[in-house]
Design a binder for this molecule. Structure first.
Ligand code: ZN
Ligand code: ZN
Length: 202
């Protein structure tokens, strides 16, 4: 399936679109790192952000394929550690929107499915974004590594795939058209607030 996805926070104040999304242009991963787990807890959104295996389910698209139409003033930016990923969210209602890096030279926006307006889709979201390709940053029972797509056998093809997508986006200049970075200064449009990871997240 291929098409634009409506992006909206829970209260509807922040709205946008993910353009021309299809399984060939997205890279869906589940991250089990402590930063993701602490972020979900901080936002009190564990139930919505994690999949059945306890990973944060995100799908990476080109940053240029994400546009905001309304309510950009509600966009907030957190990071769990001073050098951690940027975690863009809607401050109006606390809806996580997307993750990414703090420099635009490695372009991607990792969208949280929770911010996609599924009621506006003509097919299940999975048809647009494809399956989870790999689980990263977790400890998995050895017997289940393969079934969970958690090992090197799943990671390497994902890295190759993402590398090719990323190169295409950079050649196209997509990194300069990220909604999260000022076009002139290349700085994040909102200064990230460092939250810190509380004890208990290992
Ligand atoms: Zn909102
Ligand atoms: Zn993570």
């Amino acid at each position: 399936m291929r098409g634009d996805l409506a992006v909206r926070c829970a209260c509807g104040a922040l709205r946008g679109r993910a353009l021309d999304v299809h399984p060939g242009a997205t890279n869906r991963v589940a991250c089990h790192c402590r930063g993701c787990r602490a972020y979900a807890a901080h936002m009190q959104r564990e139930a919505e952000l994690f999949d059945a295996h306890g990973g944060m389910d995100v799908f990476q698209i080109s940053p240029a394929a994400l546009v905001f139409d309304d309510g950009l003033e509600h966009l907030g930016c957190l990071r769990m550690t001073p050098k951690g990923a940027l975690r863009w969210h809607a401050r109006c209602c606390g809806t996580p929107i997307a993750g990414g890096l703090d420099r635009r030279g490695v372009p991607f926006a990792s969208l949280h499915p929770v911010c996609i307006d599924r009621a506006a889709l003509s097919a299940p979201l999975d048809d647009y974004i494809g399956p989870v390709r790999v689980r990263v940053n977790g400890r998995f029972p050895r017997r289940e590594v393969r079934a969970l797509k958690a090992g090197l056998g799943a990671l390497l093809p994902m890295i190759v795939r993402y590398g090719a997508m990323c190169l295409k986006w950079i050649i196209r200049g997509d990194h300069r058209r990220s909604p999260f970075f000022d076009r002139e200064t290349a700085r994040p449009i909102v200064e990230p607030t460092v939250v810190g990871i509380p004890p208990g997240f290992e």
